[in-house]
Write a protein of this length. Structure first.
Length: 252
């Protein structure tokens, strides 16, 4: 009886998150859309302060939209309603594109963002959008929690069936106690030090759940004050998991 009540409560929580997220996302998309139009049509007429104000609206709106999307993804993953759009693509090119997109934020903090890929044209069957989501989360976290030094991304081949992507930083690190629950929902490692950073505490949970869905794995090694190393293990070809119906779109 108690298990049934717990299951019912978890389902209700997931439904509430989904409904609220949808209700928030619609007006937020309107705010972002009209703000972007306002800026593009009036940038030459606005003074620098007005431009900065509209840019602040857009920047914070995008951050809020990211948090809402995380909540929706989390709810779908928890309910087992998440599907992957499998494609045949070049993971090497995707990693370089992700790094190029995030290089601006690293440069703002004077952090070196380096890529070490000795193998080229590594092609896999997976969902490129979700791989981008996973790696963007890990790399942006590495940049966020690194004040000096560097963030390094590596791609290695484990064997003919698996690859590994490593994200290594020289940041604040994670205590051994925090490592035990780093992939749990709504938890952030080093909460005292990370209060100045925005987030729901869902990012790494979603990363872990997505990798489980793909048949992959993630591990982390870290020492407080000495940086962190995340290792993402991926199959070259995602297999159907738990009879899930995946969309397939292979372009060889």
């Amino acid at each position: 009886m108690q298990n049934f009540k717990l299951q019912e409560a978890a389902q209700l929580k997931s439904q509430i998150v989904t409904v609220l997220s949808h209700e928030l996302r619609t007006p937020l998309n309107a705010i972002l859309g009209f703000s972007d139009i306002l800026l593009r049509l009036n940038k030459n007429q606005f003074n620098s302060q007005s431009v900065k104000m509209v840019e602040t609206i857009i920047r914070n709106g995008k951050q809020l939209l990211k948090l809402i999307n995380n909540m929706l993804d989390f709810a779908k993953l928890e309910e087992g309603e998440f599907s992957l759009n499998l494609q045949y693509f070049n993971i090497t090119e995707l990693i370089r594109l992700i790094v190029d997109d995030l290089r601006f934020f690293a440069n703002q903090k004077n952090i070196n963002l380096d890529v070490n890929i000795n193998i080229q044209n590594v092609k896999i069957i997976n969902d490129p959008i979700r791989i981008q989501q996973i790696l963007t989360n890990l790399i942006s976290n590495a940049i966020k929690f690194t004040e000096t030094g560097s963030v390094l991304i590596e791609l290695q081949e484990l064997d003919e069936d698996k690859i590994i992507i490593i994200v290594k930083d020289t940041g604040i690190g994670i205590s051994q106690i925090d490592l035990n629950h780093i992939f749990q929902a709504f938890r952030q490692a080093n909460q005292t030090k990370s209060r100045c950073y925005q987030g729901t505490g869902l990012g790494l949970t979603i990363v872990k759940d997505l990798l489980d869905l793909m048949g992959g794995n993630i591990t982390v090694e870290s020492q407080l004050g000495e940086g962190s190393t995340f290792r993402v293990e991926l199959p070259r070809e995602v297999k159907l998991v738990n009879n899930q119906e995946n969309q397939k779109n292979f372009h060889f």
